[in-house]
Design a protein around this ligand. Structure first.
Ligand code: MN
Length: 256
């Protein structure tokens, strides 16, 4: 099995090293990751400046761009052959619920999925103030997935989003397949002045709460389960197509 790894925390990240260790027993591992931290860059694509690729030893490269850039270049330029699977992570911090809209970790997997390569995103949920990071627990989750993968290949065009609680493996309560929660953050806009007196801003507040189902990924991961959410590329609100039709716009002439 050819396994391509990427992330959004950058080529030097501890979570990427942990993922490389976890994947190594299952096949030939390639790493193509951003050269610097790209968390919360989502699926952005660099089209107006050049990208450079640097070698970091056998089968390891960094790209001076985003996670989506890295996976795109890996699939269409760097790797000698198509990988059988792409895994993105292990992210330093969870990507639960609506985090997936901002996440570069998930976007790297989504870029693979949109190229019809099976794709998994893996994140370690790190509560504020955590002193020990249990990468080994996330490594075990990756190993359990890859052990099953050849018998149960993932659907093309979908991403499996996985979040692992930051506890020793013996304390994990189990696996749960769960829908995405609605994650709420406190609003933070901090205004400062630079040394020349001009205003600048820091945005993005801390986690507040999860809304919606109690059996969605956020509450379950915080309760100690490894959560798995299959995600599709199609973000159409299919349930609302009928309601949108019932507005009656289709019956109207556009020009009058
Ligand atoms: Mn990250």
């Amino acid at each position: 099995m050819r396994i391509l790894l990427s992330n959004d925390d950058g080529i030097e990240a501890a979570g990427l090293r942990a993922l490389e260790e976890a994947a190594a027993p299952f096949g030939e591992v390639f790493v193509v990751a951003p050269s610097t931290e790209q968390s919360a860059k989502s699926h952005s694509f660099t089209m107006h400046e050049p990208l450079r690729v640097n070698s970091h030893g056998p089968n390891r490269w960094s790209v001076t761009g985003t996670p989506a850039d890295a996976v795109y270049l890996a699939l269409h330029g760097i790797l000698p052959q198509r990988p059988d699977i792409v895994i993105s992570g292990i992210n330093r911090g969870s990507n639960l619920g609506t985090d997936v809209l901002y996440s570069g970790t998930v976007a790297a997997a989504r870029e693979a999925a949109s190229n019809d390569v099976p794709a998994i995103a893996v994140s370690l949920h790190i509560p504020e103030g955590a002193e020990v990071l249990h990468w080994a627990t996330a490594q075990l989750a990756v190993a359990q997935l890859l052990r099953r993968y050849p018998d149960r290949p993932l659907p093309l065009g979908e991403v499996l989003n996985i979040n692992v609680p930051n506890v020793p493996a013996s304390e994990v309560k189990g696996w749960r397949v769960a829908p995405l929660a609605r994650r709420r953050y406190a609003v933070m806009v901090r205004e400062e002045r630079d040394p020349r007196g001009r205003r600048y801003y820091w945005i993005g507040g801390p986690h507040d709460r999860f809304d919606g189902e109690p059996d969605a990924d956020g509450p379950l991961c915080m309760a100690g389960f490894v959560t798995v959410t299959p995600m599709s590329l199609d973000t159409t609100a299919h349930a609302s197509l009928g309601a949108a039709g019932s507005i009656g716009l289709e019956d109207r002439c556009f020009t009058t």
